[in-house]
Design a protein around this ligand. Sequence first.
Ligand code: GAL
Ligand code: ZN
Length: 696
Amino acid sequence: MAGGLARLTDELGILYGGDYNPEQWDREVWREDVALMREAGVNLVTVGVFSWSHLEPRPGEYRFAWLDEVLDLLHDAGIAVDLATPVASPPPWLGHRHPESLPTTADGTVLSYGSRNQFCPSSDAYRTAAVAIAEQVAARYARHPAVRMWHAGNEYGQVCFCDRCAERFRDWLRARYGTLDDLNAAWATAVWSQEYGDWAEILPPRVAPYHHNPAQELDFRRFGSDLLLDLYREQKAVVRRHDRDRPVTTNLMGFFGGIDPHDWRADLDVVADDAYPDPASPDAAADAALVNHLARGLAGGGSWLRMEQAASAVSWREHNLTKSPERLRTEVLQALAHGCDGALFFQWRQARSGPERFHSAMLPVAGADTAVHQGVRSLGAELRALRGLVGEPVHRRVALLWDWTSWWAATQVALPTARLDPLATLQAWHRELWRLGVVADVVPADRADVALHDYDLVLAPAQYVLDNDSAARLDAYVAGGGHLVWGPFGGVADGLSHLHAGRSPAPLRHVLGVSAEEWVPLPDGGSAVAWSGAGVEGLRGTAATLGERTRSDGADVLATYDDGPLAGCVAVARHAHGSGRTWYVGTALAGPAGGLGDVLRAALDDAGVPLGGQGPGVETVWRGGVLVAINHADRAATLDLAAARAVGPAAVRDATVPTDVPTDVLTDLLTGARHDGSATLPLAPYDVVVLATGRP
Ligand code: GAL
Ligand code: ZN
């Protein structure tokens, strides 16, 4: 159901709140919670995610009075509820009575209860019990006026290698391949004497003496994602029996490898994502942006919801840096700029007990008289003032290709190098875009429903797997006038991890005008790259990690390797194909001059995409007719409004917005101040300004 999020935000505005775990507290605390929530501007809380044992202490024995009371309290205070089916963490009784409901690792270890998330996704005992408790919750609360959304499970990601999962895997394979002959062919089991003569012989990739069959591994990943999707659908179906229309969702985890979210998005009424950027990372702001761009890509370019984030520190890293309220504000408003229509946290009140007692919350254990909570309150007030941004489209003209099959396959063992991490490559390319002030959607190459033609430039930094259909779509995109930048070690394999035959990337070489015959890991220290093409002579760069023994088949050579094993081969090339243009970047390219940023800048120029860079750490994003400018740095900066307006949506650039306030005047939605459109504004460290063109 598209528009699930709009149903909430139309009524509530920007969503603000978090996980609320009242089962950990007594009644007096609930009352204080609700009063403080109201003061903080909280309008939505997620209730019941880990409440199964509290609702069903013994099988079939239900205890709902406390939840009745909590939901009534919240409703009386005008706080809406995202109600969970509490199936993420089964109570001890399930594992005790049904040990087969516990998950088994690849080495055969059975994981115990006493923590959370301990279930085998194939277990009938688990599934029956999970459906039963969901049924109780949905039947009882479907008509409760506080409930506005349903939250099935939590962060689905369980993997299990038990015998029951092996059976389910075989069922999944039968449905996919039909016959054993076809499976043997698809998995190339003639390699290493792996041919299967009976379905019963097939297993998940359990711990084995040496490397696994890569095709088997990939299929087990797909199966695992589908199996969890079945569980989610089972929960959603229960809810739907009682509530036909309120949105149902579960929380995704950004770049989490356990499920392929592109297979899930049609079943998610709201794209909801959890994000915990590491405050210790120098690239935290750029990488957080990338996660937001993935969520927006999953939402088809529309609005999405941040379901969880930390108000300050998490407690699961080795060394958990805190976050100042100013920095938290940059993260929340950055997400808002990127199409997020709600800021929810894990969690409302900091736990005093349990493994997450040191995890920050909107209300710290030290109480309301704290910088964290005061920051949360003022942020709540600001979000109310920014309601006008809800549903507005994010202005972007570039796509970054990224799909799970490619990620899974490119992180398997026994590759030319284990050092070319695809996610790190994606992040490296995106950090350059971010520095250049360019917003990009993250979209999969392997889905036919992505409209590449909506983008002026498509980047494929780490497209290791490229099937023929995806290659045909890229071909048509470029032939029709699109611009494509192709990264290293791309188009190497098909969807089962088999290498394409012929010079690489076989399905796309005619589009790129280059082809490679060998993948060549580079010595530590890399190789020098000399730039020689028109306009780029004299640039110098360094190639790192891996290159390709590439020749031009008609492309203009822009850079070649100067030394090392690839001396003389093509490192960077540009090619005209149909009415469009491709760029080939066959290695990890570092600056200072002649690095990745230079290539991307040239490709952006060529595609007519303007750069919005405003100096180190300053990010500008247009959402609708609103400019959000964020200083992510710990030092003062400036915002050049004329430059920022020049890269905005056409309506802003052309000053055609119908309004009685001239478009060259911008209004600060948080302070009411008006600024001349050609002014330069000071930005304090970690400051954010939200400026509307026209009448706000
Ligand atoms: C998430 C989880 C939450 C909480 C949070 C802490 O993965 O969904 O329940 O544990 O992490 O950062
Ligand atoms: Zn299992």
